[in-house]
Design a protein around this ligand. Structure first.
Ligand code: IPE
Ligand code: IPE
Ligand code: MG
Length: 250
């Protein structure tokens, strides 16, 4: 199929059965660069390009919501040089892309604990969130300094404080009310999780929210993940039988 044809949803995908929400662990930037003899940072730069292209693709193909793992709470353990580079890259990307994303109707949200991010990055994140708050055509959620266990602990702390203050009865806590205390309170659970670079682990990503997501892993490294690879992931997704514990989905 010529590349121009990938603008439209490939005909063998059923538009009625696309995932509403795709989550992605964007992994393999470092290896992509190292394989080419480049510094790891080059891989991260190419990774940003891939993300921009995927946002466009989701919009073209009619997938309304995307959550991407950009930096984990564990990623602080990397060399300071790489951590600093990534923080600057996130900031630069937001400054550069905000106007275009806003124009495209992207609603930007962030999940994770932003309080320990550099103040200048927090400022542009707040600005981006506020600027795009009214957009409804596409939802991009970026997990930045995100760790699912930490998120769950923060939710428990918030509920504990409500119990202590007499506003919450422990017996009335439900799955739904608990989920409302997570960073993803306003976001439906992902239908499909894609992890690039061949790893078969969650790395502390959306442990609660992925309870019934379909998982797709590909050996493709994140900078090489293109529309064809996304099509393959969606095709695999549409072949799954999502039973949710029942005997059959039909
Ligand atoms: C994913 O790529 C991006 C971040 C974690 C920020 P990696 O940097 O983990 O790349 P690999 O896994 O080392 O190849
Ligand atoms: C997960 O990738 C985090 C992001 C993609 C941001 P890692 O590369 O940090 O995960 P591990 O260390 O291989 O589990
Ligand atoms: Mg990695």
């Amino acid at each position: 199929m010529p590349l121009s044809d990938w603008q439209l949803l490939p005909p063998d995908l059923d538009p009625q059965r696309l995932p509403n929400h795709v989550a992605v662990i964007m992994d393999g930037n470092g290896r992509w660069a190292q394989q080419r003899g480049f510094p790891r940072m080059m891989g991260h730069r190419r990774g940003v390009r891939t993300l921009k292209a995927l946002v466009r693709c989701c919009q073209d193909w009619g997938i309304p919501s995307l959550t991407v793992y950009a930096f984990s709470t564990e990623n602080w353990q990397r060399p300071l040089e790489e951590v600093n580079f990534l923080m600057q890259l996130f900031e630069q990307m937001l400054w550069q892309e905000l106007a275009v994303m806003h124009q495209q109707g992207v609603h930007l949200q962030f999940i994770g604990d932003n309080s320990s991010l550099p103040p200048s990055l927090q400022a542009i994140m707040d600005y981006a969130r506020q600027t795009t708050a009214g957009n409804r055509s596409f939802y991009l959620n970026v997990a930045l300094n995100y760790g699912s266990r930490q998120e769950i602990v923060r939710a428990c702390q918030a509920m504990g404080r409500q119990i202590q203050g007499g506003q919450l009865n422990p017996d009335e806590i439900t799955e739904n009310s608990f989920a409302q205390h997570l960073d993803t309170a306003a976001i439906a659970d992902p239908d499909l999780l894609i992890r690039t670079s061949g790893e078969l682990r969650l790395s502390n990503f959306l442990l609660w929210q992925l309870a019934y997501a379909e998982i797709y892993s590909t050996p493709i490294l994140w900078p090489d993940f293109d529309r064809v690879e996304f099509y393959r992931a969606l095709l695999a997704y549409q072949r799954r039988d999502r039973r949710f514990g029942r005997l059959s989905s039909s």
